[in-house]
Design a protein around this ligand. Structure first.
Ligand SMILES: C[S@@+](CC[C@H](N)C(=O)[O-])C[C@H]1O[C@@H](n2cnc3c(N)ncnc32)[C@H](O)[C@@H]1O
Length: 311
C-alpha cells in the first residue's frame, strides 16, 4: 500500500509552538509564522520546522500558494475580544490580521483549519465574519469550549475552539484523563528570584490568588501574558514552607501540558519567558481539537501531559 502523504500544516501566530507540540508526527509544518522574534527563537529550539518572522498582514497570495498547506492553525491575539483589551473587536488594529486571513481562507480554501481564542470571541463580530466566510465556501464547522482542567491539568485555561473542514470531520468526545497534582508540576529547585516581596503581599493580599504546594487538589487561575508584570488577575501565587512565590515559566509550561522534552533557552530571563508561556496554548486541548480531523487525529490513546519536574 502506498504511504499516505504527511498533512501539510501552516501554523499562523505560532508563538512558542503550542500547536506544533500537539501535532502528530505524521504531519509536516510547512511554515510557522509569528512577528515575535523571541517567541520564534524558543520555537526553533524545539522544532525543526521552517519559520517566518512576518506579520500576517504582510503575507501574499503567492506565499499561501507556495506553502500548499492542507491545514491552517490560527491562534490570533485575544485582546480585541477581552474586557481587559476593551472589547473593540474588529475596530481593534490587532484584529486586522484575522480579518486578512478570513479573506485568504476564501481565496485559498485550505481543506481544514482550526482557531483558538478566548471564550468572548464566540460572540464577536470577528466570529460572525469568519462563520459567514466559511459558510460561503461550504466548510463544515464544529465549535467547542474547553478548559485545561478537563485534561487533568492543575490550572484553569478556558478557551474557544473552532474547527472547519471541506471534508468529513470526526465527532469530538468528552476528554478523559487522570488528574495531575500541582506538586508534579513544580521545579525541583525553584529559583530564589520567584520569591514575592513583602510589599507586594501587603498591598495586594486580598486580591491575590494563592494555592498551597501541599494541596493535592489545588488548581491555579489562568496564567496570562501579564504574569510577573501585573500583580493581580494574571495567574496564581504559590505558598510553600519557604514563603510565597510566583510560578516559574517551566512550571506554567507543565501546567499547559507541554511535553517533558520541551525546552526554554538557557539565557532567557524569567521576565521574558513569562509573557511567551502566558500567551501559549493548552497542548492536550489542541490535540483533542485536532482529533476532529481524521488525518490529524491521534491513532493511539492520547498521551497525557506528565512533564517531569526533574529536568
Ligand atoms: C495568542 S498568541 C498565540 C501563541 C501561540 N499559539 C503559542 O503557542 O505560543 C498570539 C501570537 O500572535 C503573534 N502576533 C500578534 N499579531 C501578529 C501579527 N499581526 N502578525 C504575526 N504575528 C502576530 C504574537 O506575537 C503571539 O505570539
Amino acid at each position: 500500500m502506498p504511504l499516505a502523504q504527511p498533512v501539510r500544516v501552516l501554523e499562523l501566530f505560532c508563538g512558542i509552538g503550542g500547536c506544533a507540540a500537539a501535532l502528530p508526527a505524521r504531519s509536516e509544518v510547512v511554515s510557522a509564522v509569528d512577528i515575535h522574534r523571541r517567541a520564534l527563537e524558543v520555537y526553533r529550539l524545539n522544532f525543526p520546522h521552517p519559520t517566518a518572522v512576518r506579520t500576517i498582514e504582510s503575507l501574499r497570495d503567492e506565499d499561501f500558494r507556495r506553502w500548499r498547506a492542507d491545514f491552517w492553525w490560527l491562534s490570533p491575539p485575544c485582546q480585541p475580544y477581552t474586557r481587559r483589551g476593551r472589547q473593540r473587536d474588529l475596530e481593534d488594529p490587532r484584529a486586522a490580521s484575522l480579518r486578512m486571513l478570513i479573506g485568504q481562507i476564501q481565496r485559498q480554501r485550505p481543506r481544514h483549519l482550526a482557531l483558538e481564542n478566548v471564550p468572548e470571541f464566540r460572540s464577536s463580530q470577528a466570529h460572525r465574519e469568519l462563520r459567514q466566510g466559511l459558510q460561503q465556501c461550504g466548510y463544515r464547522v464544529l465549535e467547542t469550549q474547553l478548559c485545561a482542567t478537563q485534561f487533568g491539568l492543575p490550572a484553569r485555561r478556558r478557551r474557544f475552539y473552532l474547527v472547519a473542514s471541506l471534508d468529513g470531520m470526526l465527532e469530538l468526545r468528552a476528554p478523559a484523563c487522570t488528574r495531575l497534582p500541582l506538586s508534579d508540576c513544580l521545579d525541583a529547585e525553584p529559583s530564589p528570584e520567584l520569591a514575592v516581596p513583602d510589599e507586594l503581599w501587603d498591598k495586594y493580599q486580598a486580591a491575590l490568588d494563592v494555592v498551597d504546594s501541599r494541596d493535592a487538589t489545588a488548581c491555579c487561575a489562568c496564567f496570562t501574558s501579564a504574569y510577573g508584570r501585573s500583580p493581580v488577575r494574571s495567574g496564581s501565587y504559590l505558598r510553600t514552607n519557604e514563603g510565597l512565590r510566583r510560578f516559574s515559566p517551566r512550571e506554567i509550561l507543565r501546567m499547559l501540558g507541554f511535553p517533558a522534552g520541551y525546552r526554554l533557552p538557557e539565557a532567557i530571563a524569567t521576565q521574558q519567558a513569562w509573557p511567551l508561556v502566558g500567551n501559549s496554548l493548552c497542548v492536550p486541548a489542541v490535540r483533542h481539537v485536532l482529533g476532529a480531523i481524521p488525518e490529524l487525529a491521534e491513532t493511539e490513546a492520547p498521551k497525557l501531559p506528565p512533564c517531569s519536574s526533574r529536568q
